[in-house]
Design a protein around this ligand. Sequence first.
Ligand SMILES: C[S@@+](CC[C@H](N)C(=O)[O-])C[C@H]1O[C@@H](n2cnc3c(N)ncnc32)[C@H](O)[C@@H]1O
Length: 243
Amino acid sequence: MKKDKLRFFKRLKRFNYGYFRIKIYDLKLLKLFESRRDVSKLSLKLEVSPELIEQRMQEFGRSLAPYYKDYVSTTSSDVMAMSFELATFTLALCEIAKPKKILDLGSGFSSFCFRYWIKNHSPNSEVLTVDDAPVWLDKTREFLRHNDLPGNGLITWDELTVGGYGMFDLVFYDFGSFPVRKSSLNRVLDFASLPSITILDDMHSGDYGLHVKKTLRERTMECFSLLRYTTDKFRRYAYLAIR
Ligand SMILES: C[S@@+](CC[C@H](N)C(=O)[O-])C[C@H]1O[C@@H](n2cnc3c(N)ncnc32)[C@H](O)[C@@H]1O
């Protein structure tokens, strides 16, 4: 009886403030409302219509599709790689914002995308790819070389934090585990120049999403849900922050 009571109160403890905040974060209706509002806000900010963004995404989708299929079947998996939706959105955004210096945090298909865009659309831009797992830097380098893309500009997180790499006008944040991502977020946002755009993947996770939104608020960075453009079959989606 005593044990049962203990178990009951332990279970009750789960229903704390954090639990309800995540439950609210996960409400589908709220997400849809936020997405609708942010699509309009972002469109005004970037001075480009949602329809044009989607048209560009379709165009990039046609050229990226065979490479994505190859990457998730030979090198990684579709659960770990950025989604195809996010890949096409990211390149559509590159076409719109034309970043000169890109920081790609979390090596993989994103590293391919940026190098593909630079080679074919913006030869004066540059990308630095960073990972906390050297083994994934090697796998990414191999995939890049296999596709005739440069295998340089790939470094570890420790190398990046030593300094000397400057600031970036596009930051793509998708590396490490969630605890690592949470603890590195402020450090990463320090690399975002003024003005700059940061893309943050995996905002479907309530705990991580709430942490990101709080951090962006503290840093007075504007943020926009990319639910409309980037939702994938695992219900993952990204956010975009502007400095
Ligand atoms: C979400 S993944 C990064 C995805 C990357 N931006 C991409 O577009 O493919 C986060 C981290 O997991 C590691 N990783 C990548 N692919 C993996 C896999 N298939 N299995 C285990 N870890 C992986 C890498 O260290 C990477 O930084």
